[in-house]
Design a protein around this ligand. Structure first.
Ligand SMILES: [Zn+2]
Length: 268
């Protein structure tokens, strides 16, 4: 399984696990009411409304997901730091950390979160819940364009570019490994101030961000081994890990509050 906190790509992988249940009815629900993942959520309404409803569609935005059910019901999931989702056999027995299980005829849809920084939200209504609309463009959408990127970099010009690429208000769904992958591909030193990037570096950053988001959404499997061998991710955790381009030993330091890996030759 994934070694890192869930990011855009991992969220997409988990969303697809639950998509196995699209078009099917929920017959039973087991949940750990009172657990922190349900903070602010009416678990009684969730239980009453989702019981008997069909799962219709799903959507992901950054690190968040929204599952739409029949009868105007909506379930929001956020994986936090350790959240996971799976589809299992319908006789599944929830363990300590399996906080929500939706039982369908042929499967159980399970939300698991050991550390409980994740979140389960429920909404009943004609349209998507207000908490779903946060106005941040998806990276793979046309709304995330050069003009948006420029405005965002200008607004945070004093912060290191690594910290900026981790900001969910601009780089929706990007977490630590994807940020390092993007900056390595764009050949930008992670500690460089956002305001110091040249026009050429901004171009590279824009291209690399789109590329890493698109490719990882497309390729991601049950772990990161499905990503191409030429990517930084396979080297960044390894002691003595090397740049996939020319084998320079990677450097590591805490930048933007997170352990950051970069190549001292490519990223100056
Ligand atoms: Zn290099």
């Amino acid at each position: 399984m994934f070694r890192a906190m869930p990011e855009l790509a991992e969220v997409e992988y988990f969303r697809r696990q639950w998509n196995a249940g699209i078009g099917h009815r929920v017959f039973g629900i087991k949940l750990h009411a009172g657990k922190r993942v349900f903070r602010g959520t009416n678990t009684r309404a969730l239980r009453e409304e989702l019981g008997g409803a069909h799962l219709l569609t799903s959507e992901a935005r950054g690190k968040r997901m929204l599952f739409r059910f029949s009868n105007e019901n909506w379930l929001g999931l956020h994986l936090g730091m350790s959240g996971k989702m799976q589809a299992a056999a319908p006789d599944f027995h929830p363990q300590k950390h399996d906080h929500l299980v939706l039982y369908q005829g042929k499967r159980a849809l399970i939300f698991t979160d050991a550390r409980q920084f994740g979140r389960v939200q429920f909404h009943h209504g004609k349209t998507a819940p207000r908490w779903w609309e946060n106005g941040v463009p998806e990276i793979v959408s046309a709304k995330f364009d050069r003009a948006f990127l420029d405005r965002f970099l200008n607004r945070h010009r004093k912060a290191s570019i690594k910290a900026v690429v981790l900001m969910q208000s601009g780089f929706s769904g990007i977490g630590n490994w994807m940020a390092d992958e993007i900056l390595w591909r764009a050949k930008i030193l992670p500690s460089k101030r956002a305001g110091k990037l040249s026009a050429g570096e901004r171009d590279e950053l824009f291209r690399a961000t789109k590329f890493v988001a698109r490719q990882s959404l497309r390729i991601i499997g049950p772990d990161d081994s499905t990503l191409p061998r030429t990517w930084l991710i396979h080297e960044r955790w390894r002691t003595g890990g090397k740049c996939p381009r020319h084998k320079a030993v990677l450097r590591r330091a805490t930048i933007g509050g997170r352990t950051t890996a970069w190549c001292p030759k490519c990223q100056r």
